[in-house]
Design a protein around this ligand. Sequence first.
Ligand SMILES: NC(=O)c1ccc[n+]([C@@H]2O[C@H](COP(=O)([O-])OP(=O)(O)OC[C@H]3O[C@@H](n4cnc5c(N)ncnc54)[C@H](OP(=O)(O)O)[C@@H]3O)[C@@H](O)[C@H]2O)c1
Length: 252
Amino acid sequence: MPLDTPVPQLPTTLGTLDALAFVPAGTKDDMTIVGQLGQTLDGRIATITGHSRYVNGPASLMHLHQLRACVDAVLVGVGTALADDPQLNVRLTKGRNPARIILDPNARLAPTAKVWHEDGARRVWLVSNTPASPIPPGVELVVLNASTGNIDPRDILRALHARGLKRVLIEGGAETVSRFIRAGCLDRLHLLVAPIIMGSGRPAFNLPAIQTMNEATRLNTKAYVLEDEVIYNIDLSSQRLPIDFSNTSENR
Ligand SMILES: NC(=O)c1ccc[n+]([C@@H]2O[C@H](COP(=O)([O-])OP(=O)(O)OC[C@H]3O[C@@H](n4cnc5c(N)ncnc54)[C@H](OP(=O)(O)O)[C@@H]3O)[C@@H](O)[C@H]2O)c1
C-alpha cells in the first residue's frame, strides 16, 4: 500500500466490541500487525505452571474471536501451542477462520496438535530446524534463519507477506509478543486486563530493563470497559519500523 493511501476510517455504526475488532490498514507498509495479551491487574498472563485458561471473561474472549475473524493470519509461539493446545479458529462469533501460524524454531510441536487440524484454513509451521517428525497433511513448512535462537520478526512478516497474509494477529505468548515489540513490528497491541491479582505467575512482557522512569514510554492508548474488564487499544505506530519485503532470509 502506498504511504499516502488513506487509513480506513472506523465505521461509526458498530458496537464497542465490533469497533474494537476493526483493524485499520497499516501506515508504514502494507502489513498490519496486531498483538494481543490477556493479563491480570498485576500483569500476569499465566500461572507459574503455565495455566492460562482463562485469564479473561466472556466479553474479552468474544473480542479475541472477533479479532481472529478480521485478520488473514493468527500467529502463536510454540510455548503457547504446547501449553494450551489451542484451536486458533473463530467459534464465538461469525467469521472466517484465519490461517494459523506456529512459530516453532526447533520444530517441537507434535503432528497431533489441534492447530494442525484440517478445517480448510491454511496452516504454516515456521521453523529454523527441519522437523524430525512428519509434517502434518496440508501444513506448509517455512524454514527461516535464526541467529542465537532468534528469528527476526521482520523475516517472519516477509514470509507471511510473500504468502498473501498481510493482516496478522500475534496472539501470544509473552515471549513472542515481546520479541515483535522489541523488533518494532507491532502496529498496535490489545491488552485485555482482567480483575484478578495472581500474585505470582508469568509476566506479560519481557523487555529490556530500564533504570529510571524517564526511559519508560508512555503509550498512546484508548481504553474500553467491557463488563468488569478493560481493553487497552494501544497505538504502537510510532515504534513500528517499515519492512523491506525484497530482502528475505527464507530457505526456499
Ligand atoms: N493470557 C494470554 O493472553 C495468553 C496468550 C498466549 C499464551 N498464554 C500463556 O503464555 C504461556 C506461553 O508463553 P511464553 O512466553 O512462554 O511462550 P510463547 O511466546 O508462546 O512461545 C515462546 C517460544 O516460541 C519461540 N519463539 C517466539 N518468538 C521467537 C522468535 N522471534 N524467534 C525464534 N523463536 C521464537 C521460541 O521457541 P523455542 O523455545 O523452541 O526456542 C520461544 O521459546 C503459556 O502458559 C500460555 O498459556 C497466555
